[in-house]
Unconditional design. Structure first.
Length: 645
């Protein structure tokens, strides 16, 4: 068995000698190259990718992230002056010019930012050829992203500390949020009629000195993220001023950092399987991990202006625009970039990072995948993503598996008979399948029948869980391609737009991936074409079917009726606060059974007859109150509980 074969950019590890390459499981890992390859009980290929293999031509990008074998938000060293480093960090320094508006700073400004306190910029009123047209020296330091900036410092050369300090100066900040433009207190770039559009910028003032006598000025910044820093100063009334160095210092993690992987080519359309990761979050920080999959190497659509009114086109010189040809267009021709929703799925919702695992989002076999990571941090709290690891099967389980469900509209919380329809299309190399997993909002009430081409067939219930069931069915292979498979079951729906997702797989090859089905026209005799179920007759009801196992119970320790089970259903809710409390008849709360958040679904809690101090309460009548704080306000239900001994 060969453990590893290292190539310059990709380590390809054959974890077994494959005698049947048509049944190859492939495991990809991004990052974590210092870890050993994964282990499985069956043959597989392993492909190691690196976080650092970012290429804009392959639609990869990174902003304010530190990349090694681990991915993390950038962290500032409080002892490092950021100003000389702005250009290499993706920032810039601009100055206000009379004709062109904001422009790169001229060469005569450079001594302020060169890290050498013996060189200087002389504030004599001639701001680089704009003497008389620009009254003040105005600079904006764009940090290239949001940072926790601690302080700004500027000062003259040591030999001129006494005579060349700035008498009047304004320093401002903003967070770069365009939605706040025009609302901040100080506007720069106003008042000269020939100044071009975009010359106006606004800031919050952190220093406004009109009679300054300090030569070494240090400004402590407010404790919130900053993107841009303004410096503005006129010529001195008496004498001249100079700046040897303008310094910016920050600390802590970048508040927002992003990483978008290259589009990863999987070679051909494959079944997308499991995704897992290793990550760490400090309290107060968050990592959002999402992914998408597609059929070609470019997830975007590019548009060009035709200059016939508002008309735009996807073509140039008779060919569809791609990233390279779009960049060659004149800026005035570029009409924007939009997601390619025809060949790519949209970004998935963020995975639950605490779980450490999930399923790749792909509603059919796909050849290309891409991942995105968003770090949200405080100055002291950050996150680390050590690696991503995902599995694919090549060839796929089925080249296509269209699926739909009927009915698509049901009463909220009512037990309803559903039929799940799957139409597989298999080619000669496809693995085929004999198992189905169907996701459900709650445990199904029953699984009634499986049909193939309208005729009942034998099936086996492998497992029935709270939100999923698995069936073993007759094997679907090339001989049964395009034969309609139907599953009848009874279930409840609590949330508008609930999706009944499903996966198909071969139980004889447990290490191959479970392939997601594709919503579509599986049965031409029905008009569903969807796996999404809507609710009817909701009437804004949040709580449904609050039930007690018994109106009275006897917690006397004899093992009979010692606990009260409370069951309830929540309808059409996102994550909302839910409280279940017990009160005596005077209205005094004696016990908190549950305080937390919950979404739509079926739930249950128990009460053992004890109060908040874990003491048995006296026999008598008590009030159970269930309270839900949703968008429509607080909704509540109450029941009377009798406790006897």
């Amino acid at each position: 068995m060969s453990r590893s074969l290292i190539l310059p950019l990709i380590a390809l590890v054959f974890c077994a000698i494959l005698t049947d390459v048509s049944h190859a499981l492939t495991i990809y890992r991004i990052g974590g190259s210092d870890l050993p390859p994964p282990e499985r009980d069956a043959p597989f290929d392993f492909i190691q990718l690196e976080w650092a293999d970012i290429d804009a031509k392959q639609h990869g990008s990174t902003l304010l992230t530190e990349i090694s074998t681990t991915l993390a938000p950038e962290q500032l060293d409080p002892a490092v002056n950021l100003t000389p480093l702005l250009d290499e960090r993706g920032g810039k320094i601009e100055t206000l010019r009379s004709i062109v508006g904001w422009a790169d700073f001229p060469a005569r400004d450079a001594p302020m930012f060169d890290g050498d306190p013996t060189t200087h910029f002389l504030g004599d009123g001639d701001w680089g050829g704009d003497y008389g047209a620009i009254e003040n020296k105005v600079l904006v330091f764009d940090l290239g992203g949001l940072f926790n900036i601690d302080r700004v410092r500027f000062y003259p050369r040591e030999k001129h500390l006494v005579d060349r300090f700035i008498q009047t100066v304004i320093v401002g900040i903003n967070d770069g949020d365009p939605l706040k433009d025009g609302t901040r207190e100080y506007l720069v770039g106003e008042g000269w009629r020939r100044r071009p559009p975009g010359a106006r910028k606004d800031f919050e003032i952190v220093l406004n000195a009109t009679e300054n006598t300090r030569s070494d000025i240090v400004i402590e910044m407010p404790g919130r993220p900053i993107r841009n820093i303004l410096f503005e100063a006129p010529a001195n009334i008496r004498g001249v001023w100079e700046i040897a160095e303008f310094e910016i210092y920050g600390s802590g993690f970048a508040p927002q950092a992003t990483y978008v992987s290259n589009v990863i080519d999987l070679g051909q359309p494959v079944s997308l399987g499991r995704l897992n990761w290793s990550a760490q979050e400090d309290a107060g920080a968050a990592i959002d991990l999402t992914m998408r999959s597609g059929d070609d190497s470019d997830p975007n659509t590019y548009w060009r202006k035709t200059f016939r009114g508002d008309e735009t086109t996807r073509y140039s010189d008779g060919k569809a625009l791609v990233l390279s040809t779009y960049r060659k267009l004149d800026k005035g021709e570029r009409a924007g970039i939009t997601p390619d929703t025809e060949n790519w799925q949209t970004w998935s919702p963020p995975y639950d990072l605490a779980l450490g695992r999930g399923d790749l989002a792909g509603n059919k076999p796909r050849q290309f995948v891409q991942f995105a990571v968003q770090f949200s941090s405080t100055a002291e709290a950050g996150g680390w993503l050590h690696y991503l690891q995902f599995e694919v099967s090549n060839p796929p389980v089925a080249s296509q598996a269209l699926a739909e469900i009927v009915p698509v509209e049901v009463p909220a919380g009512a037990v309803t008979q559903f039929t799940y329809k799957i139409l597989p299309r298999l080619t000669g190399t496809d693995l085929g399948f004999d198992s189905i997993e169907i996701k459900t909002p709650a445990r199904v009430a029953s699984i009634d029948q499986v049909r193939l081409e309208g005729l009942p067939v034998d099936f086996t219930e492998i497992r029935v869980e709270e939100n999923e069931f698995e069936l073993r069915i007759p094997r679907m292979d090339l001989q049964r391609t395009n034969e309609l498979l139907e599953v009848d079951f009874q279930a409840q729906v609590f949330q508008f737009g609930t999706v009944f997702a499903a996966r198909i797989f071969d139980s004889e090859q447990p290490h191959e991936v479970h392939q997601e089905v594709t919503a579509g026209d599986a049965d031409q005799l029905v008009d569903s074409n969807t796996l999404r179920v809507s609710l009817i007759n909701i009437d804004k009801k949040a709580v449904n079917d609050l039930r007690l196992t018994s109106r009275s119970f006897t917690p006397n320790g004899d093992g009979v009726n010692d606990q009260l089970k409370i069951q309830y259903e929540l309808l059409n809710l996102g994550a909302v606060p839910v409280a279940i409390d017990l009160y005596d008849l005077s209205g005094r709360r004696i016990s908190e059974l549950y305080h937390g958040t919950a979404t739509s679904g079926r739930f249950a809690v128990t009460w053992d007859g004890r109060d908040a101090q874990a003491k048995l309460v006296p026999p008598g009548l008590y009030i159970l109150r269930l309270e839900v704080d949703g968008d429509g306000g607080i909704k509540s239900e109450e029941r009377v509980v009798s406790l006897v001994y």
